[in-house]
Design a protein around this ligand. Structure first.
Ligand code: ADP
Ligand code: MG
Length: 703
C-alpha cells in the first residue's frame, strides 16, 4: 500500500492564509486587515508592522530565511529578488531576524532591466513593488531554501503600471463598481462588491528531459523548428482521456501535492488530444488570485518535471501536425452575497437581471472584439488560432440552443415567453438511470462559449499570463454595465426601460452570436459579411490597443493610461521581433552545425557505397539514385539556409520596431518555413543513426 496522503492537512500548508492571520494577529489588527482586503484602503504602518512580524514568524517557523516581493513584469512570467531576514548584529554580535511593515508593503527593486516600453529611460530605473493584500503570501521551497513570497504589483516611479497585475486589479475595481450599480437596480442592497471569478484550465506537454537537451530548438525556442511528422500522430484519438502512464502519473501526483501545499486547488487532470499532451484545471477563484495561481501552476509544472527527468513544454505549438496547447479562461461575476450574475436559473427567459447582464456582455464583446482578440495574442498562439485545432482568430460568442432561442424571441418580439428545456438522457439501457440533460450541447470551436453559468474564453495561449484576457473582459463588461446603469438609473419606468434596453442591445449586437462550426471556411466569409474583425496574426492586432475607443474605455475606468497602452504596444512589437529572431538564429545554428554536416556525412557514405558496389561488379543504380536525391535536397537546404541568413541580417538592421515586426512576419517566417521543408524531407531519407537529434516519434511517443 502506498503512504496515505492527508490532503486536508497538506492543503495550504505553505500559505499564510486568512485563517493563519486570524490565529496569529490581535483581534483589532486582524479586523483592520480584513477591512482593507474586503473594502480597500490603507493599513497604518503600526498595523503593517504587526502583520509583517506575524508573517515572518510563521515563515521562519517553516524554515524561511528570505522574503521576496513576487511580481509579474511584462515578460509574462514572474520575477523575484530575495532578501534575507538577517539584520545588523548588536554589540554582542547577536543577530535577530526581522521584517518590517514597510518592507512588507513596498519594495524597490532596481527595475531597469524589465521591459517598460519607453515608460522609463534606462537611467530612471526606479520601480516599486506594492503588496497585493488580497492575494495570500506563500512559501516557495526549493534548492535555494524556503522563501516567503509576497504577491505584489509593479509600478514605475510615476505610478505607471509595469506589470500584468496592476491593470487587472484596477479592472476588478471597475467591474465591481459598475456591476454593483446593476444589481442595485434589481433591489440587491446587501452586496458590497462584485468579484470576477476565474478558473484557468492549463494544457501542457511533457517530454523526456534527456531528449529535450539534444534539441537546440526546444532549448532556445521552446518549440520544435524542425521535425518530420511521426508515422502516427493523434488520428486514432487514443491519447485524449486515455490511461495515464506510470511516469506521467508520478509527475501528476507530485505536482498536485506541491500545488495543494501552495493553496492551489488542483482539481482535474487528464491526457489531452496530442500524444504527450496533458491538462490540469484548478477550481475557480477571484481573478487576481487565479492569475497568481496560474503562474504558480506553470512554474511548479516546470520544476516538478525536472525531478522526474521530464521537461514541461508550455509553448502554444511545440510540435507541428498535432494539437498545440491553450488555456481556457473560465470567467464569471459573483456578488459578495453569493449571486452569480451569469447564472440563468431554470428559466432564463424570466430572469431579467441575467438577460440584462447577457445583453451587456454581447454589447461589450461586439464593441471590443478587437481588444479581446489582442488580449489572447502572443507569438506562439499565431501557430494555433485559426488552424482548426483551437478557436478561429475571429471573436464570436456561443450561447447554445436555449439562450440563442431566448435572444431570438427577444429580438423578434421584445419578449421571451418560453424557453427550451433540457430533456431526459435516453441511453436505451434499462438498468441505467434517466438523467436530466443540459438544455444545450457544447461547441468546441467557439472562442467565447457560454457554459452554464460562466463564459469560457478559449483563445488564450498556454504559456501566456491570464492577466490581460481577464483585464480586458472586466474592462469591456464594466463599460457596458456603466452605460446601461446610466440609462436605467434615470428611467421613470424601470421595467419598461430594462426591457427596451435588453432588446436594443441584443438586436444591435446579435451579429456576435455564432453557434455553428468555427473551423469552417464559410464562417470566415460569414464573419466578414457581418463586419466582425479578423486579425490573423498577433501583430495585426497590436494597434487595437490605442484606437480612440480603446483609450476612452481604459482611461474612463482608470485601467490604463494612454502612455501605458503605448508602452505595451512597443513591448509587444519588440517581443515579436525578438522571439522570431531567436527562432531564426536557432534554425540557422541547427541547419549549419547539425543537419548539413549529418547530411554531408550520409552522402559521403552513399558515394563510397556507389564506388564500392561498382568495384565489386554489381549495379549501383539504386545507391546512386539515393545519393542524387539526398544531394538535391542538400542543395535546397543550403540555398534556403543562405537566404535565411541574409534576410535575418537585413531584419536586424531595421530600426522601427513595428516595421521590423511586419518584416519578420512577412519575410523571415517565410524563410524559416522554406528552410524547414528540405530539412524535414532529409530527415526521412538520412540514416537514422546519423540524424543529429531525436525525432518527433522519439519525443512524443517515447516518454
Ligand atoms: P471542461 O474541460 O469540461 O471545460 P474543467 O473541469 O477542465 O472543464 O474546467 C472548468 C473550469 O471552470 C474549472 O477551473 C472550474 O473551476 C471553472 N469554473 C466552474 N464554474 C465557474 C464559474 N462560475 N466561474 C468561473 N470559473 C468556473
Ligand atoms: Mg478541461
Amino acid at each position: 500500500m502506498s503512504e496515505v496522503l492527508n490532503v486536508e492537512n497538506l492543503f495550504g500548508e505553505n500559505v499564510f492564509t486568512v485563517g493563519k492571520m486570524k490565529e496569529r494577529l490581535p483581534k483589532k489588527i486582524y479586523a483592520e486587515v480584513r477591512r482593507v482586503m474586503d473594502q480597500g484602503g490603507e493599513l497604518s504602518l503600526t498595523t503593517a508592522d504587526i502583520v509583517a512580524k506575524a508573517m515572518k514568524d510563521w515563515a521562519v517557523e517553516h524554515g524561511a530565511t528570505h522574503y521576496t516581493h513576487w511580481f509579474q513584469p511584462l515578460t509574462g512570467i514572474t520575477a523575484e529578488k530575495h532578501d534575507s531576514f538577517v539584520t545588523h548584529p548588536d554589540a554582542d554580535g547577536k543577530m535577530l531576524m526581522e521584517f518590517s511593515g514597510k518592507e512588507l508593503i513596498k519594495g524597490e527593486p532596481d527595475a531597469s532591466s524589465f521591459p517598460s516600453g519607453g515608460l522609463r529611460t534606462t537611467f530612471e530605473a526606479r520601480g516599486y513593488t506594492v503588496w497585493d493584500i488580497t492575494s495570500p503570501a506563500f512559501l516557495k521551497e526549493d534548492a535555494t531554501g524556503v522563501i516567503l513570497c509576497i504577491p505584489t504589483a509593479f509600478c514605475s516611479y510615476k505610478g505607471e503600471a509595469l506589470d500584468k497585475k496592476t491593470p487587472l486589479l484596477r479592472s476588478m475595481d471597475a467591474i465591481s463598481e459598475q456591476a454593483l450599480r446593476i444589481v442595485r437596480l434589481f433591489g440587491n442592497t446587501e452586496a458590497k462588491k462584485v468579484v470576477p471569478s476565474v478558473g484557468a484550465e492549463q494544457e501542457y506537454f511533457l517530454i523526456d528531459r534527456t531528449k529535450y537537451l539534444k534539441r537546440k530548438d526546444l532549448m532556445f525556442a521552446g518549440r520544435t523548428l524542425f521535425g518530420a511528422p511521426a508515422p502516427k500522430g493523434q488520428e486514432m484519438e487514443d491519447h485524449y482521456f486515455g490511461v495515464i502512464r506510470e511516469r506521467i502519473g508520478a509527475f501528476m501526483k507530485d505536482l498536485n501535492i506541491e500545488l495543494w501545499k501552495l493553496g492551489v486547488t488542483a482539481k482535474t487532470q487528464h491526457n489531452e488530444a496530442a500524444p504527450a499532451q496533458h491538462e490540469l484545471a484548478p477550481i475557480y477563484e477571484m481573478a487576481n488570485i487565479a492569475t497568481d495561481h496560474n503562474q504558480l501552476v506553470m512554474e511548479t509544472m516546470k520544476k516538478v518535471a525536472e525531478r522526474h527527468n521530464l521537461r514541461c513544454l508550455l509553448h502554444e505549438k511545440p510540435f507541428a501536425g498535432v494539437n498545440g496547447s491553450g488555456k481556457h479562461d473560465n470567467w464569471s461575476l459573483t456578488t459578495d452575497n453569493g449571486v452569480n450574475l451569469l447564472d440563468p436559473g431554470a428559466t432564463p427567459n424570466e430572469n431579467i437581471q441575467f438577460l440584462l447582464v447577457l445583453a451587456c456582455v454581447m454589447k461589450a464583446v461586439d464593441t471590443h472584439a478587437d481588444l479581446l482578440r489582442r488580449s489572447a495574442s502572443n507569438v506562439g498562439n499565431d501557430l494555433r488560432l485559426g488552424a482548426d485545432e483551437a478557436p478561429p482568430a475571429i471573436i464570436s460568442i456561443f450561447l447554445g440552443d436555449q439562450l440563442e432561442d431566448v435572444v431570438r424571441q427577444l429580438v423578434e418580439t421584445g419578449e421571451a415567453r418560453s424557453c427550451l428545456e433540457g430533456s431526459k438522457l435516453q441511453t436505451g439501457v434499462s438498468t441505467m438511470q434517466q438523467l436530466d440533460k443540459d438544455a444545450t450541447d457544447r461547441n468546441r470551436t467557439s472562442p467565447l462559449a457560454f457554459t452554464g453559468n460562466k463564459f469560457e474564453f478559449r483563445m488564450v495561449g498556454s504559456s501566456d499570463s491570464i492577466g490581460s484576457p481577464n483585464t480586458t473582459l472586466n474592462a469591456i463588461v464594466a463599460e457596458a454595465f456603466c452605460e446601461a446603469a446610466d440609462i436605467l438609473e434615470k428611467a421613470e419606468d424601470f421595467e419598461l426601460a430594462v426591457h427596451d434596453l435588453i432588446k436594443e442591445y441584443m438586436t444591435k449586437h446579435q451579429r456576435i452570436i455564432f453557434n455553428g462550426n468555427g473551423y469552417s471556411e464559410e464562417w470566415v466569409k460569414e464573419a466578414e459579411r457581418r463586419g466582425l474583425p479578423n486579425f490573423r496574426t498577433m501583430i495585426d492586432s497590436i494597434e487595437t490597443l490605442t484606437t480612440d475607443k480603446a483609450v476612452k474605455l481604459y482611461e474612463k475606468f482608470g485601467i490604463y493610461t494612454r502612455a501605458e497602452l503605448e508602452s505595451r504596444k512597443e513591448i509587444l512589437y519588440e517581443t515579436y521581433v525578438k522571439t522570431i529572431n531567436i527562432e531564426a538564429l536557432t534554425m540557422i545554428d541547427m541547419a549549419s552545425k547539425e543537419i548539413l554536416p549529418a547530411t554531408v556525412r550520409y552522402s559521403r557514405a552513399l558515394a563510397d557505397t556507389v564506388i564500392a558496389v561498382k568495384e565489386a561488379g554489381a549495379d549501383p543504380t539504386t545507391q546512386a539514385e539515393l545519393l542524387q536525391e539526398v544531394n538535391e535536397k542538400l542543395t535546397c537546404l543550403k540555398k534556403a539556409l543562405d537566404h535565411l541568413k541574409k534576410v535575418e541580417a537585413e531584419g536586424t538592421a531595421i530600426v522601427d520596431f513595428k516595421e521590423q515586426a511586419f518584416y519578420y512576419r512577412d519575410v523571415i517566417v517565410k524563410a524559416m518555413e522554406a528552410l524547414r521543408k528540405p530539412a524535414d524531407e532529409l530527415e526521412l531519407l538520412v540514416d537514422r543513426a546519423m540524424w543529429p537529434f531525436p525525432t518527433y516519434g522519439d519525443l512524443i511517443f517515447d516518454v
